[in-house]
Design a protein around this ligand. Sequence first.
Ligand code: NAI
Length: 291
Amino acid sequence: MFSRIGIIGAGAMGRGIAQLFASAGQQVWLYDARPETIDQALQFNRELLERSVAKGRLGADELPAILERMQPAHQLAELSGCDLLIEAIVENLEAKQSLFVELEGLVAADAVLATNTSSLSVTRIASACARPERVAGYHFFNPVTLMKLVEVVRGERTAPSVIERLVQLAEHAGHFPAITPDTPGFLVNHAGRAYGTEAQRILSEGIATPEQIDRILRDGPGFRMGPFELFDLTGLDISHAVMESVHDQFYYDPRYTPSYLAAQRVAAGLLGRKTGQGFYRYEDGQQIRTP
Ligand code: NAI
């Protein structure tokens, strides 16, 4: 498996991935371009784990070792000894390519580079690398420790051994790995277009409000969350980027056309829970009313 895991991007996903693997016994290092985010992420994880102890889900004696296994990395170069690097930075092809090129200059030749991209082509990310066979998708879901699925995405040139090792690690951490081909949106975000894109269309056509759509999809088919609740949890910057990326990669197939509703909110900085407003408004993490 892997013994030293470097995680780049300490936002919603990176911090969750760090907690998952530290809890499973792996040594992880967390790096972010914004140093203050690393401290916030480690503090966030500490509080989550302390709450688990308080609720009896985690033994108090296990906590110090898990915390000890999550270390900050203040420079990217501190990840040079890692045998698995997982990036969870901004959903942008050029940013991910340039990060992987930089990492290739730092890490050992057999270190694996995994991307948590939601929808960008793993093959295109890997095309910037000298060793594309070591690059794979490792697509976790938010919140990482609770959502047990992870898509292990096989790029066109990904080595089978890399997929096997990522599958083993996910299973070791108690997750369910689904090996998927590198097609636009993989499986979840391809199938999810019907859920998210169509819900925005229903809203833009004035057929129903976000509350009504969310409620119907929760109470009817039994989804745990309605599409607008999910947009706000994921972050509209991320989900709109996913919609655009899937639409682009399917050569602008009108089935996947994103909605101006999300684009407008992104332009206004109304990204969902993380900014206090998206499709809904939030105060102290609680939804208060529809804008
Ligand atoms: P986020 O915005 O919460 O965190 C991203 C972090 O990356 C930020 O702290 C930022 O400072 C840092 N960053 C940006 N560029 C960087 C760089 N070049 N080097 C180092 N750090 C950098 O984003 P989130 O939600 O954690 O998403 C991260 C990735 O995970 C994206 O690719 C997204 O598509 C994917 N993803 C997101 C999900 C979600 O529900 N939010 C679900 C599954 C995947």
